[in-house]
Design a protein around this ligand. Structure first.
Ligand code: UGC
Ligand code: NI
Length: 162
């Protein structure tokens, strides 16, 4: 019998063990451009180990809910940021590490305007849009060697709203 994962709203506090929520929360750190732009400065911990930062565009198929979650992955060599190029909410799935294996996953739905950055080595679901066009900028590691570890659940979870 598949276990159910209930989707929660994404908050910086809940996500903190897994990564950063990139959002214009509160006042900007600095007003720039003759006072016409608020800069929310340095909002994600980027880490690329021996590699370098790369910016890629992902065009992903939207997924329907409830979602069958059969795979999580992690990038031992680098962080990975998902920055939507639309204002549509998307699904963010993470899992704690339990002795080198993923624990019970958590699922979050973003608010419009939120982006996320997975800390290096965080177990996560792949990019999961919920709406067309599923277009994201992705900032992650470019470098030599393998940077992808996958874990397939014997008994997939079902991710759904509360
Ligand atoms: N494989 C790849 O480039 N993307 C995944 O890492 C992902 O998290 O979507
Ligand atoms: Ni990834």
């Amino acid at each position: 019998m598949s276990a159910t994962i209930r989707i929660m709203p994404l908050t910086a506090a809940a996500f903190a063990p897994f990564g950063d929520v990139i959002e214009t929360a509160g006042e900007p750190d600095k007003m720039i451009n003759q006072g016409l732009c608020g800069r929310y400065h340095d909002r994600a911990r980027l880490d690329f180990g021996s590699g370098r930062a790369g910016v890629s565009l992902f065009k992903a198929e939207p997924r329907a809910l409830p979602l069958k979650l059969d795979l999580v992955e992690r990038h031992p060599e680098g962080s990975q940021a998902f920055i939507p190029m639309s204002l549509d909410p998307f699904l963010v799935i993470v899992a704690p590490d339990d002795g080198g294996l993923p624990g019970v996953p958590l699922a979050f739905e973003t608010e419009p305007g939120q982006a996320i950055n997975f800390h290096r080595g965080t177990w996560h679901g792949v990019l999961t849009p919920l709406h067309e066009p599923g277009l994201f900028a992705v900032i992650d590691r470019i470098g030599e060697g393998d940077n992808l570890e996958e874990f397939w659940f014997d008994d997939p979870y079902v991710v759904e709203r509360g």
